[in-house]
Ligand binder design. Structure first.
Ligand code: ZN
Length: 311
């Protein structure tokens, strides 16, 4: 029989079967997956084949090929990564322009990661009820820019329950991971979307986890209106997958379209002449903040912080 892993505690996995029944399962023997040095062989979201044992538990025999997966880079010397979740349809990035402000560099670093994992992102601007006139203008500008790049943007207020249906609409029938740094109101938002979830992750416990090298396991929740939500306690952003920094512009969607037009085919769009990206920047076709964030990520500024849990 087959099922989907919705929770893992290290040695046991809760697997939801096609008939919606839950079964506790474990792995027998060694499980090795090609190309990934990970501390956990099976993650939440994995589709597995299992066999029921006499005591009512089950043994996992095989794991289906993953559509994608997200990892947390190791923070110690073992260089092994922890797979947070597999087979993710979309990421929902919760941001806010007030109390506390989310900087576009945080947004763009997240988008680059998500693009590198081939996971589409929806940007949710929360707390719109408390924005000043200036912040409202900034919201309109950022929404325009990100929508132009191709990202869906939603504007909501979790506390005022404004536009909550728009989030439900995009989550319906999909497997979503939800992210955002401390204070953006992620937990309030999730509890508004699905009050029965009663999420254990509080923003306080997230802050508690900061800097600790604890192994955190994601959990997958079934949504009453259809779909799944993967919550990853203590993780505000996931790590960048390994790629050469020369490829960074592939993950800035508006730049990717221009790459063939640069004069040099190994152009990294910083000092090269006849660069299509810099041309587009000069013609206001690429917003300056996006380009500046590109340069900052390219130069590895704050990389250390980003790869760890330090945000
Ligand atoms: Zn270029």
């Amino acid at each position: 029989m087959k099922g989907i892993v919705i929770k893992s505690t290290g040695s046991w996995y809760s697997v939801r079967l096609a008939n919606k029944e839950l079964i506790e399962a474990r792995i027998k023997g060694k499980f090795r997956l090609k190309g990934i040095k990970s501390t956990n062989p099976i993650a939440v979201g994995d589709v597995v084949t299992l066999k029921e044992e006499e005591d009512g538990t089950a043994v996992i025999n095989a794991i289906d090929k993953r559509k994608n997966y997200i990892i947390r880079k190791s923070v110690n010397l073992s260089k092994r990564s922890h797979i947070l979740a597999a087979n993710v349809d979309q990421a929902i990035l919760v941001v806010t322009l007030s109390q506390p402000k989310t900087y576009t560099e945080f947004i763009d670093r997240f988008l680059v990661s998500a693009e590198s994992y081939h996971i589409p992102t929806i940007i949710v601007f929360n707390k719109i009820d408390i924005y000043s006139d200036e912040e409202k203008e900034e919201l309109a500008f950022l929404k325009y820019c990100y929508e132009n790049v191709g990202y869906q943007c939603l504007t909501v207020s979790a506390t005022e329950q404004t536009n909550i249906d728009s989030i439900k609409e995009v989550m319906k029938g999909k497997v979503s991971v939800i992210s955002g740094h401390s204070g953006v109101g992620k937990t309030t938002l999730l509890n508004t979307i699905e009050p029965t979830l009663d999420l254990k992750t509080s923003e306080i416990s997230e802050m508690h986890l900061q800097g600790k090298h604890t192994t955190t396991f994601a959990e997958m929740f079934e949504l009453s209106f259809g779909g799944y939500l993967i919550d990853t306690p203590g993780i505000k952003a996931f790590g960048l997958i390994d790629f050469k920094k020369e490829e960074l512009s592939h993950y800035f969607l508006e730049m990717r379209e221009l790459l063939n037009d640069c004069h040099f085919n190994n152009c990294v769009h910083i000092n090269e002449p006849k660069c299509a990206v810099k041309n587009a920047l000069e013609n206001d076709e690429i917003p300056a903040f996006r380009y500046n964030n590109y340069v900052s990520i390219y130069n590895g500024d704050d990389d250390e912080n980003y790869r760890g849990l330090g945000y």
